[in-house]
Design a binder for this molecule. Structure first.
Ligand code: HEC
Ligand code: HEC
Length: 129
């Protein structure tokens, strides 16, 4: 996570899931996410227009710069990017469905330090069920 944390990002974007680190999606993908909040993965995640502008500009400022993470994410999902799929190719399909995991989007189920934006191999513990 960037050092210049944004309070509204924590309050508006980390209630249903963790605050995804801005550097895991490119600018265009964040624009796509932020312009479709009223229809956000089957839910309404709309925010006040002023807050929306504030969050969008913070996300764009801190979006991925490395080419690896900058591709336009299919369905606005980090979990559908090429790099995500490649990094997780050793995770068997049934593991994603375990009750302790629920969804690939639930990074913190396996990455113990996900909330801090750390995904290192040394901090991974896959729930056994
Ligand atoms: C009302 C609940 C809710 C709020 C508030 C919310 N989201 Fe989400 N978000 C979801 C759901 C549900 C999913 C899909 C999760 C899944 O498939 O397990 C999701 C998924 C995502 C994904 C894709 C994760 C993946 O699979 O790669 C991104 C990116 C995202 N949200 C960003 C945001 C941002 C930015 C905000 C704040 C403006 C926000 N969300 C606020 C419910 C919410
Ligand atoms: C079911 C458990 C699980 C979930 C959920 C999960 N990951 Fe992973 N992740 C792994 C495993 C296992 C690896 C491979 C580690 C290795 O290379 O040995 C990995 C690798 C990674 C890597 C590469 C780490 C490195 O140092 O090479 C990143 C980045 C990453 N995950 C991000 C995410 C993000 C972001 C999410 C949520 C959107 C997520 N992961 C969800 C298990 C998971």
């Amino acid at each position: 996570m960037p050092a210049n944390a944004l309070a509204s990002y924590e309050s508006e974007c980390a209630s249903c899931h963790m605050a995804y680190p801005p550097a895991l999606l490119g600018e265009q993908s964040w624009k796509n996410v932020m312009s479709g909040l009223n229809k956000h993965f089957g839910t309404d995640a709309s925010v006040d227009p002023k807050i929306q502008t504030e969050i969008t500009s913070w996300l764009l400022k801190n979006a991925a710069t490395r080419q690896k993470y900058s591709e336009i994410a299919p369905d606005d999902r980090i979990t559908k990017t090429t790099w995500f799929i490649r990094e997780h190719d050793e995770v068997r399909p049934d593991i994603w469905k375990r009750a302790g995991v629920k969804s690939p989007s639930n990074c913190g189920a396996c990455h113990s330090d996900a909330a801090k934006g750390t995904f290192s191999e040394n901090n991974i513990q896959i729930p056994s069920k």
